[in-house]
Every structure is written in C-alpha cells, then in structure tokens.
Design a protein around this ligand. Structure first.
Ligand SMILES: [Fe+2]
Length: 420
C-alpha cells in the first residue's frame, strides 16, 4: 500500500497549529486556581481540569494509540476517566461525577498533556506517517479542543456564578465598559427568499453536521440588522415578559415556573444582596438598575450590548413579545453577507427556530468520530454565529452549534426575523 506523504511545509504548519491550540487551552486555565479547576457546578458543565485532560485523551485515543507505532499511554486508567461519550471506546466515568476527581491533580494533568504533546509532535515530524489518515485526525482534534476552550470558559463562569462573592475569572483589561445608552433602532432587512444553497462548500475543515451542501427553500421574510440588545430585553422584562404565559411555549413556561426565571442567567436586580457582597464594588449604578456577572466580574448592564445567557425558551418568548420570530438556520445562513447586516459572528450564539437535524444526505465521519455529532441530532436547537468565547477562526457561516432548549449557560442570545 502506498502511503500519502506530507510535504515538510504542510507537516510543519500542522505541528505549529497543534502547539498554538494546545497552548491556548493552558492560557485559558492560567487565571484559575487548582480549586477552581476541580469544581463542577452542574451535570452539564465540566471542570477545567477535566477539559484539559479530555482534549488530551482525544489525541491519545484517536490518534496516537492507533497510529503512532510504539506509543506508550501515560496512564491507562485515564481511558475510563476522560472518555466523554464514545460508546465504541468502552465504559467511562459518569459525567455528573467529574467534579469528584481531586486526583489526578492539575500538575498531573499538565504532565499528561506534555506526554501526549511530545508524542503528537514526534509523529508529525517523522517521515513515515500516512498523511491522509493523520492530518484529518489532528485537524479534528484541534477543532475539538477549540470547542472545549469555549466550554471551559462557559463552565467556569457558571461555577463562579454559584459563589456569592461572584469572583471574576480575570479582571477586565483596557478601558471600562461603557454605561447604558439609548439603543439604536433596529432595522429590518427584507429577503426575497427562494431556493438558497446552505452548508459547507469551500475547501478546508468543517464538521460533518455542516454537510452536504444542499438546497433549501426560504420564504420571503425580513431579518434584523443587529442582535437583540440588553436595552431591548430590559423592556421585555419591564413589560412583564416573565409573568405572561401567552408569550411562552408550553415547555418554556414550565421552565420559567420550575426554575423561577425572571431575567437572563447572570443578571442581578438592583436589590440582589450579592451586589453588596463585594461583587460590584466600585461599579456605578446604571439607569435600568440591572447588573450582569461575566468573565470580568459584575458590571452594570450595557443597554447596547447583545443580551446573552438566554435559553431558547426566553429567546422565543422575547420574539413573540416583539411581534416577530426567530430566524430558521437557513434564513440566517442565507443572510450572512446581506448588505447592512451586522453582528453575525463573534458576539453571542444566536438561537434559531431550527431543530438540530441531519442535512439531506448526511453521513457521519468515519471511525470513532462517527459519534461526534450525528447521535445528538434529536431534541436540540441550532445556534449560529459564534460568541465572544469562541476561539478566533473556529467558526464559519455554515457552522452549527446545538443545545437543548432550556440551556442558558452559554453566551447565547438572538436576532429577530419576521414573515413578509
Ligand atoms: Fe469532547
């Protein structure tokens, strides 16, 4: 059998990218203490230390053990501890109990990372690898690690939000955030609809759930030129949005009742006792009285900042209140480059009204990676666009994120659409 060989430039470029992405994970964990890195605040969220180990396990299990001759696992027990959901790779430690793993220590997880990093770099620098096999696995592993980099941030933010002191992940650098201002008027951008092409088309990496590119029928509609901002959302709250069942989907209203939702996940009302507990020291009172807890600690809510940490249910209720609806993922993708549209990427993930379903002709990735996306295609909604916590360059217009409708610990917000 003839092996496909990389050029030295291609192998070197992938090695450098590997080092860059792996270092970025450690940089994200650097502001956190060992205690911070061990905590798990809910079953959906994982400890920082677990993210650092699991992304390493992925390279060890999917790349090194099958494809690096003579590779010696760092600790075979880690196969059980740091498998996430891959049934084909055997049993695993229960997800809700990840926060109970005080051992291995953070230092041992760092040693595990170094062990695997050295083996991956050695593999990429040796001449005898089958590039057609190795390159897609390394690229998938790096994109996987970038997904966990965002989860590392959203999970630690949730954990820190459970501490009455509301400690900052790290202090804000640069100028202070602007105080509330009058939100600019939203404009509607009319889209005539018709048959549009959606899905990943160009060269370069995509996840399997973005393919195949295909045609979709989009009805005439209008899409908002910007995201819904905190000023908009404060009006929804002030108008009794969380007390009016007619605005909510049935499951959403049940979630409001069961969880006592009255505002986005990390908003604090002016009478919240935590505001006097050190969390908002020095923060000026803003016009609406709302504060919000974020990665830089407690700050006054900015009226013109995109509203974030919303569930799908809240996004849908807001849209109903506004006399509009959420866009479908196809409307969103078709409008990506529309003249006048803004905030399509890198602010908050945007809930769509589209169920997370396979595209026509969908086929999962081969091998172990078949479990990566396809088996989660039920009971979830698609989000588009990426957030402030998404690593630079990680997303594309065709990128599909997905969460259950009640999830609200991500940087998730919305953009409006309406029928014409
Ligand atoms: Fe994972």
């Amino acid at each position: 059998m003839t092996l496909s060989r990389p050029t030295p430039q291609a192998a070197g470029a992938l090695r450098d990218k590997f080092r860059e992405v792996r270092a970025a994970s450690l940089a994200l964990a650097a502001p956190l203490s060992a205690e911070d890195q061990c905590i798990q605040s809910m079953p959906d969220a994982s400890p920082t230390k677990w993210h650092l180990a699991h992304t390493t396990w992925f390279f060890e299990t999917v790349l090194l053990e099958p494809h690096a001759t003579g590779y010696r696992p760092f600790d075979v027990r880690f196969h059980y501890l740091f498998n996430s959901y891959y049934e084909a790779l055997g049993p695993r430690h229960p997800r809700p109990q990840r926060g109970l793993l005080t051992r291995p220590s953070v230092d041992e997880v760092h040693a595990y990372r170094r062990h695997v990093d050295e083996a991956v770099v050695a593999l990429l620098e040796q001449g005898g690898i089958d590039w057609a096999v190795v390159e897609p696995i390394v690229t998938l592993g790096l994109n996987h690690e970038q997904q966990h980099q965002e989860l590392l941030l959203t999970d630690i933010l949730h954990a820190l939000s459970c501490n009455p002191m509301l400690p900052a992940y790290k202090p804000a650098s640069g100028p202070a955030l602007r105080l509330a201002s009058v939100p600019p008027a939203m404009r509607w951008i009319a889209q005539e609809g018709g048959v549009v092409e959606v899905g990943h088309a160009s060269e370069g990496f995509s996840f399997d759930n973005e393919t195949p590119r295909h045609r979709a029928l989009v009805q005439p509609h209008a899409i908002a030129d910007r995201l819904v901002n905190c000023g908009d959302y404060a009006q929804f709250i002030a108008d009794g949005g969380y007390q009016r069942p007619e605005l909510w989907l049935s499951d959403g209203w049940a979630a409001v009742q069961a969880n006592g939702w009255r505002h986005p996940a990390y908003w604090l009302a002016s009478d919240d006792p935590r505001l006097g507990f050190g969390g908002a020291s020095g923060a000026a009172q803003n016009a609406s009285g709302w504060h919000v807890f974020g990665l830089h600690g407690v700050r006054p809510v900015e009226a013109d900042a995109p509203v974030s940490q919303l569930s799908f249910y809240e996004a849908a209720a807001y849209a109903e209140w506004a006399g509009a609806r959420l866009p479908t993922e196809f409307e969103w993708e078709a409008a990506y480059d529309a003249p006048g549209i803004s905030q399509m990427a890198g602010h908050v993930w945007q809930w769509t009204r589209s169920s997370y379903d396979p595209y026509p002709g969908f086929r999962p990735m081969p091998g172990i990676a078949a479990e990566y996306n396809g088996k989660f295609m039920v009971g979830q909604l698609v989000l588009r666009g990426g957030s402030v916590a998404t690593p630079a360059g990680h997303t594309r217009p065709s990128y599909r994120n997905f969460f259950p409708p009640a999830a609200r610990w991500q940087f998730s917000g919305l953009r409006l659409a309406k029928d014409l």
